[in-house]
Design a protein around this ligand. Structure first.
Ligand code: PBE
Length: 267
């Protein structure tokens, strides 16, 4: 019914992802700051969110999801971010590489590669699309690496090879991080590392690097998304800086929905 409010159309529900995601914490603040009384954010997972979005989109039904860029959903569907005039989701986000204290001394070659690692949202999105189209993440990462040898060479050139040293990367199974971690793991393997990808929840990802049980993570979304985790563990990790510029988080809806701003959710 075109006359019903947006809230009534979607049952006053925002389709969220896993509870530890920075995006979910930010969305809880959005409900408070925009006084979206009676609304709730449904917890789930990345795959559950994209399944709900796919179902709604194919039926041209209204839906509001917690979304982020880069993501394959923007290649498959015509979507838009809702304006966030209060700036709760921040502005442009940057993905940082974070390593454990002491990594530089223990594994200088890995430290060097991780320090140089940098790519673009389009690079990451291209892998996400391959995986969404059915390719295994390892194959999709290998295919991207083969097609981007020059970029990859800037991360590894002149780095002294090692012989099977073990390295553990902590990551969360968000589609974006499945892409980045498969790439960096394979690149570290070409330098001679034996890399374990340890899939964890967001809190343990940060805690693992802070307590040294993981060597590194390439999935720190800042300054807004993981601000709480960053300050919680500050001083117990080394921030190697930005590996990707131009990312973003927010509320995302199909372009066919007649709504442009989070403020519209209150009318
Ligand atoms: N994300 C993807 C994560 C960071 C990367 C936006 C779902 C989060 O919200 O913590």
């Amino acid at each position: 019914d075109g006359d019903a409010s947006i809230g009534a159309q979607v049952n006053y529900q925002i389709t969220g992802i896993d509870p530890g995601a920075g995006l979910m914490r930010a969305t809880d603040r959005v409900l408070e700051e925009y006084e979206l009384d009676g609304w709730r954010v449904q917890t789930g997972s990345g795959p559950a969110m994209t399944a709900a979005l796919t179902r709604a989109y194919n039926n041209e039904e209204p839906i509001i999801v917690t979304g982020w860029t880069p993501h394959w959903k923007f290649s498959k569907f015509d979507l838009k971010y809702l304006d966030d005039p209060k700036g709760i989701y921040g502005d442009e986000e940057f993905v940082h590489t974070i390593v454990r204290l002491g990594l530089k001394d223990d594994h200088p070659a890995a430290y060097e590669v991780l320090d140089r690692f940098a790519w673009t949202p389009d690079d990451m999105a291209s892998i996400m699309v391959m995986v969404e189209d059915g390719m295994q993440p390892t194959e999709a990462a290998a295919s991207w690496i083969a097609d981007n040898a020059e970029t990859v060479a800037t991360w590894t050139e002149g780095v002294e090879a090692v012989d099977g040293d073990r390295l553990t990367l902590a990551y969360v199974a968000w589609d974006s991080e499945i892409a980045s971690n498969n790439v960096i793991a394979q690149v570290l393997e070409t330098v001679g590392y034996d890399v374990t990808l340890r899939q964890v929840e967001p809190g343990p990802m940060w805690a693992g690097v802070a307590d040294g049980s993981a060597d590194a993570m390439v999935a720190a979304w800042l300054p807004t998304t993981h601000a709480d985790y960053y300050s919680e563990f500050e001083g117990r990790f080394e921030d190697l800086g930005v590996n990707m510029v131009g990312t973003r988080i927010g509320l995302v809806v199909p372009a066919y929905m007649d709504i442009d701003s989070i403020e519209d959710l209150n009318s």
